[in-house]
Ligand binder design. Sequence first.
Ligand code: NIG
Length: 405
Amino acid sequence: MTILTNISQLATCRPQGAQGDLHIITNAAVAWDGDTISWVGSEKDLPENFKTHPKIDANKRLVIPGLIDCHTHLAFAGSRHDEFEQRILGKGYIDIAKSGGGILSTVKATRSASAKQLLNHCLDITKQMAALGITTVECKSGYGLDIENELKTLRVYRELAQVQPLTIVPTFLGAHMVPPEFARDRENYINLLTNELLPIIAKEKLSNFCDAFVEDSALTLDEARQVLKAANNLGLNIRLHADQLSDGHGAELAAEFGAASADHLECVSEPGIKALAKAGVIGTVLPYSSLFTFQKPLDARRLIDAGVKVAVASNFNPGSAPSFHLPIALTLSCTLNRLTPSEALKGSTIYAAQVLRLDKQIGSVEVGKNADLAIINAQSVNEWLSQIQSNACLTTIKGGTTISS
Ligand code: NIG
């Protein structure tokens, strides 16, 4: 058994209560056996017989559950820095996409990259994520857009899960866009996804999730519905890139499927929000995207007031969100999306775990859950997230083992 003591505030992030209820314990301690939490409470209540066990001293700092980044496009090759300048000079994200740049330029580079190159890129990033207090990362495909390269990406994620300590949750996003070779034959790309790729993914258990991007430059609502229906029939959980650059009724489609989440939602309508609330779909806010696409950020209070839980993620990708710094995304979700720091933290711990259907194992500091923890150089969540810092995480513990300090 190992015991983490001298914690000024422990944000347990238990699921009960409102978005901002973190169920904080002051002057706390946490104990674990192997990789599993066995005791949580006030340090003064630590059982007498625990006193002889090895201790880690939190030095009166804040302790949180390991952070969960529930929306990333981790495996990609190439760079889109020229588009950054074009967007500043006024060219729209969709205009760039329609002229063959954007996602398609990353598809070209990712198809040319070997599995080894993609794996090395992912390893480099996950190591830096661990240092930020992140212990679980969702990773989408969607820069392959053909059988060979979508499978290559998902197999890279499978290997990644085995060779580094973070929990990796792969998501199939073959419905990210229609690739150029199918531009005049869109129906056959949808058939390829539904009749060929999805059955292989289900058979090889390469992903438990299927995502789609509904947008003017990506899939129509009906195309996305066909893909999601096929995924649903194979037992995959559904997620959706919804209402990002225009209101395409993506929220309503996510509700129709009882999706694990509807992500983006910058342009969501009031009926869309009502549909999410009724279906119990979590809304994921991705503040880097509005920052980098010069869009009006989503007012997440609209979701919370309607009874929709809000998750927060980085959306790390080379175009609309070129950063994997989740703690800064949390601060931006406060300044841009009007979440409180406590609400942002719940959105990147237990609610993110619910999105990934892993909330029985991770996302909160509770007996029986994985000992995934981060020690933060602050006394409170407000103090931590009210500033932008290069890294406030002092120590990251994954399954009871210190993986970064
Ligand atoms: O979530 N919106 C679609 N997909 C990504 C962007 C990917 C890219 O620009 O390469 C997103 O923002």
